[in-house]
Design a protein around this ligand. Structure first.
Ligand SMILES: Cc1cc2nc3c(=O)[nH]c(=O)nc-3n(C[C@H](O)[C@H](O)[C@H](O)COP(=O)(O)OP(=O)(O)OC[C@H]3O[C@@H](n4cnc5c(N)ncnc54)[C@H](O)[C@@H]3O)c2cc1C
Length: 437
């Protein structure tokens, strides 16, 4: 590849999931050229139930001027409740979502995943939308000192200065990157590169009709040994989930059938989702029940040469805390702020950024994000295990320590609140839009 091909600076992105589409907005506003290769044919598939959006992401939405469309779709949570999954007696009640709202202007807000994906896609200006190429499954990557060349399964190729892997849990970019580092073919990498995450639970999710008489703006966790429920209700949007411990933690990817879903619903029909309401009383709506393994973990090498990873490609969190996408957005903020500051990216010079200057940017990105990832991982794991208990210690934590020591409120005050406050904004806010304007 000759050096001319990397000018002007251009980014190739693998994957137009939630993180890839958010990257399109950020790069468009930052005037950085890009192309996204997405294997699906549909930019906004009708799958998934409800997403929780944390305040740090709401701030980025405001910077990107996405709030005017997203705000009316989102509903705030105010109360978080923990009940016994057996008999629905109340174990703990916290108003931490309202506290977050008071401190940060936004608390925890929920919206349908389909609405979020659709809004992210349709709100892209036409020029940016034309850079999202559908039906393009990334297959292989060639990299040299001047740039990357990405080849899809249908033979289509794209060139750029760097490749960002936003292609999710089973990231092909991650495999190609590791293969280049180890001078091997992706097929010859050992198992830990093929499946770096591990599942301890599976989750069944569905939209539901709001429960009559149940309060609105509430999140309720029904906790128990080996299985737990979660009910999220705004005013218009309600969804529920059942989390179930797997027979054995596994790194294998399972595809579940409709029979698996029916059996799981039957198995836990007696578990309580809200005081006086067991699973069997719920009316499932939306025609779309999901059943997935809850992979957890993160990888240690986030970049190699001109390839860098973001979102679920680099870190997977249990869904119960609703942080996965939110963390992916902050990956992008840190990474793209760094890229904008890298010599040779925004300047009109002929020679693009060198591997050495990109290496420094990617190293800073990895360092910043890995420092943070263990804290987030710790919160997510603890919360998951305090909900569907794996041992008597988890039971003691959920039933006694958490409510009596007010551990949820302490975690919010001493970990989450400062973390949200310190969460980065996109640089160049004058071009993108001032906070609060
Ligand atoms: C039940 C459940 C509930 C959740 N709730 C929340 C929540 O409330 N809040 C929250 O923040 N997070 C939540 N998450 C996590 C969140 O969904 C993920 O963290 C987020 O979707 C990650 O986005 P991503 O773009 O990195 O990956 P993905 O959304 O998986 O997108 C990856 C994209 O890459 C594409 N792709 C894959 N391979 C290739 C290839 N070879 N070539 C081209 N394209 C490719 C895929 O088709 C896909 O479009 C939840 C997850 C689950 C399972």
């Amino acid at each position: 590849m000759d050096s001319q091909q990397t000018r002007p600076f251009r980014i190739v992105i693998a994957g137009a999931g939630l993180v890839g589409l958010t990257a399109a907005h950020i790069l468009h506003h930052a005037h950085i050229d890009f192309v996204i290769l997405e294997k699906r044919g549909d930019p906004a598939p009708k799958v998934g139930s409800v997403m929780t959006i944390w305040p740090q992401t709401s701030r980025i939405f405001q910077q990107l001027r996405l709030s005017e469309v997203l705000d009316p779709l989102m509903e705030s949570l105010r109360t978080s409740m923990v009940i016994s999954g057996d008999d629905s007696h109340t174990i703990d009640v916290s108003d931490f979502p309202s506290v977050l709202e008071k401190h940060h202007g936004w608390g925890l807000r929920i919206l349908l995943r389909t609405q979020l994906v659709e809004a992210l896609y349709t709100m892209l200006p036409e020029e940016a939308k034309s850079k999202v190429l559908l039906g393009k499954q990334v297959d292989s990557v060639y990299m040299d000192e001047f740039g990357v060349q990405v080849t899809c399964q249908d033979g289509h190729t794209e060139k750029g200065a760097i490749l960002i892997g936003a292609d999710g849990v089973r990231s092909r970019t991650r495999l190609c990157m590791e293969a280049l580092r180890q001078h091997k073919s992706p097929h010859d990498l050992d198992e830990r590169y093929q499946s770096p995450y591990r599942s301890t639970y599976r989750v069944l999710v569905s939209q539901v009709e709001p429960l009559p008489d149940a309060p609105s703006h509430i999140k309720c966790d029904g906790v128990n040994y080996g299985a737990a429920t979660q009910y999220l209700h705004g005013k218009k949007v309600s969804c529920f989930a059942i989390y179930e411990k797997l027979a054995k933690p596994s790194s294998k990817h399972h595809r579940y059938t409709d029979d698996d879903k029916r059996e799981m619903l039957k198995r836990w029909s007696h578990l309580m989702v809200m005081p006086n309401y067991p699973v069997q009383d719920l009316k499932l709506t939306g025609g779309n029940i999901g059943l997935y393994d809850c992979e957890e973990g993160f990888i240690s090498d986030w970049y190699h040469g001109r390839i860098v990873l973001v979102g679920d490609a680099v870190r997977k969190l249990d869904p119960r805390t609703g942080m996965g996408y939110n963390e992916g957005v902050i990956d992008l903020v840190v990474l793209i702020n760094g890229i904008r500051g890298t010599s040779g990216v925004l300047s009109p010079r002929k020679v693009g950024p060198t591997i050495a200057s990109l290496g420094k940017t990617f190293q800073d990105y990895e360092k910043t994000r890995t420092k943070h990832v263990s804290t987030v991982m710790g919160i997510s794991k603890t919360f998951a295990r305090a909900s569907a208990w794996l041992s008597w210690k988890d039971m003691v934590m959920a039933r006694y320590l958490q409510p009596y020591l007010r551990l949820t409120d302490l975690c919010v005050a001493f970990i989450l609140d400062p973390m949200i406050r310190a969460s980065p904004l996109l640089n160049g806010t004058r071009e993108i839009g001032q906070i609060g304007d």
